[in-house]
Design a protein around this ligand. Structure first.
Ligand SMILES: O=c1ccn([C@@H]2O[C@H](COP(=O)(O)OP(=O)(O)O[C@H]3O[C@H](CO)[C@@H](O)[C@H](O)[C@H]3O)[C@@H](O)[C@H]2O)c(=O)[nH]1
Length: 441
């Protein structure tokens, strides 16, 4: 009997990392591999509802070093705590898992960005490793190029562009504005973390990317470690959700006309200023179209938005957390107002939905450029001189994007292209087989 590899999957504990790694784990398990998934104790408590006894994926936990009531939206605090708490505990955990699986011990660790330390721990124990990049491969390519960008004087040692300009980090990658580098807006400590992380992920033999070879062509020549295996669209049936999904929105969508609903969601990390939130609410009223709006409770479940007095919301449905992949694939959806997190981006492309881009942080500006300038599957919401997006701008751009036949045609083209990659014989499917064979060797 052939024994397939045993993977230990370790995500950085935020939704945008847990989701793609859980989906990938599900795919590996469906191929007959054994997968042990490491949650922080805190996230395991939050996502417990989704894990069932029959699961092919075994879940184990380690503490993140914080108290339950600590604010986990403070990324620096979480990072520092994880880096001091988890590495010394990992070897013992691996030993315990192996003791229960003597004939099928862990032979490969897969981490997401910021958990590169685990690849180093694995390396010291003689266990192979790989990174699953939850962001785009262009984001990873930019990070890999940091030393060269500093050497060429394009950014300084803190990551700031020395001047605003359009550059190409490699001949086949689209031009990008130096103000859109994915470390945009982060401080020195975080930039240094980025640089350090690039060194630790080198302990991984592969940098698996939730993308396809044709969505971001040109990137993969930067390093032979890049391996596009996306889009990761395995239904994970709520297993990795850190909030309770409100599935009533699917029944609500069933009652709406085809391509009529504006879906609005900003992922798991964006926090919008209350004034901008009010304007968005009034913009949705002004649209006079059905909308489905995810208004997520804050990560510590303490801060909540208030709605403006003159907001009616009569044509819409508001939920705290939605089954996003299913929503995007519902025939009633007309367009997606998105912060352009990479998971949302790839899910929207896979569903063939036009985007209205509203980036807030880090890699989201680069993803927006791909959507609007490279794939031409969406438009950007423009800010005024005060950095504010008005209700009139929201209405104007929604009307424009839902009425644009060229954008719709491009969306269908990109959808077909991404799906082909995961079908039998497709490039991503081939790369996945290559990865499993490598892990088993
Ligand atoms: O109601 C919702 C809203 C979101 N999601 C899911 O949550 C994930 C959100 O991921 P993403 O769109 O990437 O956004 P963030 O959670 O903001 O992700 C962070 O991590 C990403 C990957 O590194 C980066 O690209 C983003 O900029 C960063 O903010 C996606 O799978 C969505 O399907 C739901 O299931 N229900």
């Amino acid at each position: 009997m052939v024994i397939l590899p045993h993977f230990l999957a370790i995500p950085y504990p935020v939704q945008g990392h847990v989701n793609p790694l859980m989906q990938f784990s599900q795919i590996l398990a469906n191929h007959g591999c054994k997968v042990t998934f490491l949650h922080t104790e805190f996230n395991h408590e939050r996502s417990k509802t989704g894990v069932s006894e029959q699961d092919k994926i075994q879940v184990v936990t380690l503490p993140d070093g914080l108290e339950p009531e600590d604010d986990r939206s403070d990324i620096k605090k979480v990072l520092l705590s994880i880096k001091s708490t988890m590495p010394p505990r990992l070897p013992k955990l691996i030993e315990e898992v192996n003791a229960l699986n003597v004939d099928n011990k862990i032979n490969c660790i897969i981490v997401t960005f910021s958990m590169g330390w685990a690849l180093e721990v694995g390396h010291n124990l003689g266990i192979k490793g790989a990174l699953l990049c939850p962001a785009s491969s262009t984001t990873l390519a930019c990070a890999v190029c940091i030393p060269k960008l500093i050497e060429d004087g394009i950014i300084d040692s803190e990551g700031n562009p020395t001047k605003k300009q359009e550059i190409q980090i490699s001949p086949d990658i689209p031009m990008m504005n130096t103000t859109n580098f994915p470390w945009r807006g982060v401080d020195k400590i975080f930039f240094d973390h980025f640089v350090q992380e690039i060194q630790t992920i080198n302990f991984g033999e592969w940098w698996l990317c939730n993308t396809t070879c044709d969505l971001e062509p040109g990137v993969f020549s930067i390093s032979p470690k890049f391996l596009p295996i996306g889009p990761l669209m395995e239904s994970n049936n709520n297993k990795s959700s850190l909030w309770q999904e409100d599935s009533t929105c699917l029944e609500w969508l069933d009652k709406q006309a085809p391509q009529s609903v504006i879906y609005v969601s900003f992922g798991s990390l964006v926090v919008m200023d209350q004034n901008q939130f009010n304007e968005l609410a009034l913009g949705l009223d002004l649209l006079d179209k059905p909308f489905l709006w995810v208004v997520r409770p804050s990560n510590d479940n303490k801060v909540n938005y208030t709605y403006p007095n003159d907001f009616h919301g009569s044509k819409g449905k508001i939920v705290g957390w939605a089954p996003q992949s299913k929503i995007l694939n519902h025939p009633a959806i007309a367009c997606f107002i998105s912060h352009c997190g990479w998971n949302s981006t790839i899910e929207g492309v896979h569903a063939g939905v036009p985007f209205l881009c509203w980036p807030f942080l880090t890699d989201q500006f680069l993803n927006k450029s791909y959507i609007c300038d490279v794939w031409k599957t969406g438009l950007e919401l423009e800010k005024d001189d005060d950095g504010f997006i008005s209700r009139q701008e929201i209405k104007k751009k929604v009307d424009q994007v839902v009425g644009d036949d060229d954008i719709k045609e491009m969306c269908l083209k990109m959808k077909k292209m991404t799906i082909t990659n995961i079908e039998e014989g497709g490039q991503s499917s081939h790369n996945l087989q290559k990865f499993i064979s490598w892990a088993n060797y």
